[in-house]
Design a protein around this ligand. Structure first.
Ligand SMILES: [Zn+2]
Ligand SMILES: [Zn+2]
Length: 136
């Protein structure tokens, strides 16, 4: 696992430090769209020297190299996503969790007058966990 992630970083011209590999591992194992704060909270126990600035800079580098994607939600928090296939997002207004949703009918958005490089689609509502909780 470590070796694979190191190789992924090397292939992108990024030197695979322990911190960078740890951050990439967290991103590939947690498809929860974490923020810098959440990643820091999760990793700082095993790597006490890891600062939020380092995490932010590392995620920015990963993003520039096309390893991860990032987006800003309605509360101005930046979230990071290691799932690089085209997908939409659903934010639960109750528990604030962000879920992946399939992107609907992309071909209908295509237009010969415009070359589309990126689309961000966000849904807001109540997730299945909160709906179950409300019904009980
Ligand atoms: Zn919810
Ligand atoms: Zn996502």
């Amino acid at each position: 696992m470590n070796l694979n992630l190191s190789d992924i970083l090397k292939a992108k011209g990024i030197s695979p430090s322990v911190q960078r590999v740890s951050i990439l591992r967290y991103m590939t194992e947690h498809h929860t769209h974490p923020t810098v704060e959440i990643i820091h909270e999760a990793l700082s126990t095993s790597i006490p020297t890891l600062s939020k600035t380092t995490i932010y800079n590392t995620l920015t580098l990963f993003s520039q190299k096309g390893l991860i994607d990032s987006f800003v939600t309605d509360d101005n928090a930046t979230h990071y996503d290691a799932v690089m296939t085209h997908h939409a997002h659903f934010k639960c207004v109750r528990c604030k969790r962000i879920f992946d949703l399939p992107f609907p009918e992309l071909e209908k958005v295509e237009n010969s007058d415009f070359e589309i490089n990126d689309i961000k689609l966000f849904y807001y509502g109540t997730c299945r966990f909160c709906k179950e909780h409300l019904n009980n």
